[in-house]
Ligand binder design. Structure first.
Ligand code: SF4
Ligand code: SF4
Length: 214
């Protein structure tokens, strides 16, 4: 079985949100729902030195993330309707809207906040890695849209062979939770999962999706 996943180059991302908006447009999502999110992660301080100068350890970087089509999908395990499946050929995790009853156990279970509840239709929805585009030989729309070429996709073992095996930086959770099909090239300032030196500066943007405020 192939396992497809995303690559994210943290050294290139400028936090422009083109990936977020391209996906939102392509998937025709409701106003307050986005399958892809961009975290602005910031921290550090300035310190006065005895000689009158200042030093700083301030840092700031962006993390673009969507569903990671995990090896051990917490969403799938949590769904009481068996509405979530992992494709045997591609490893893509998707939600069958016919089976979904909208009680959103997957929304609560996913450590990446990937599934969202479409309140109007009472259906959980999420990124399917643009499976329909991949089947036609095209890239996921976020990958195609990124002006910095910070996103890529492919068979995760090939991505790892090309880019390395990092799969988690703050504020993302440890990769040990769900074994995401994700490869990250960390920027020099990137912190480890669980880091307490920084904070998500755009928490309101991240949290004010319907999934978290229902
Ligand atoms: S489009 Fe590219 S550079 Fe812009 S936020 Fe998304 S991943 Fe980062
Ligand atoms: S990122 Fe979340 S929704 Fe996607 S497969 Fe993993 S646990 Fe499921």
């Amino acid at each position: 079985m192939a396992q497809y996943g995303f690559y994210f180059d943290n050294t290139r991302c400028t936090g422009c949100r083109t990936c977020v908006m391209a996906c939102k447009d392509y998937k025709d999502l409701p106003q307050n729902l986005t399958f892809r999110k961009v975290y602005d992660y910031e921290g550090g301080t300035w310190a006065a030195q005895d000689n009158g100068s200042y030093t700083t350890d301030c840092f700031s970087y962006h993390v673009s993330v969507a569903c990671n089509h995990c090896q051990v999908p917490a969403c799938l395990a949590a769904c009481p309707q068996s509405a979530i499946s992992k494709d045997a050929e591609t490893g893509i995790v998707s939600i069958d809207e016919e089976l979904c009853t909208g009680e959103a156990s997957c929304v609560d279970a996913c450590p990446y906040g990937a599934p969202l509840l479409d309140e109007e239709r009472r259906k959980a929805i999420k990124c399917n890695l643009c499976a329909e585009r991949i089947a036609e030989g095209a890239s996921p729309v976020c990958v195609e849209a990124c002006p910095l070429r910070a996103l890529n996709f492919g068979e995760v073992e090939e991505l790892r062979a090309t880019y390395g095996t990092d799969a988690a930086i703050a504020p993302l959770p440890s990769a040990d939770e769900t074994y995401p099909s994700l490869v990250i090239k960390p920027c020099p300032a990137a912190k480890q999962p669980g880091d307490t030196a920084g904070k998500v500066a755009n928490e309101k943007e991240i949290l004010e999706v319907a999934a978290f405020v229902r």
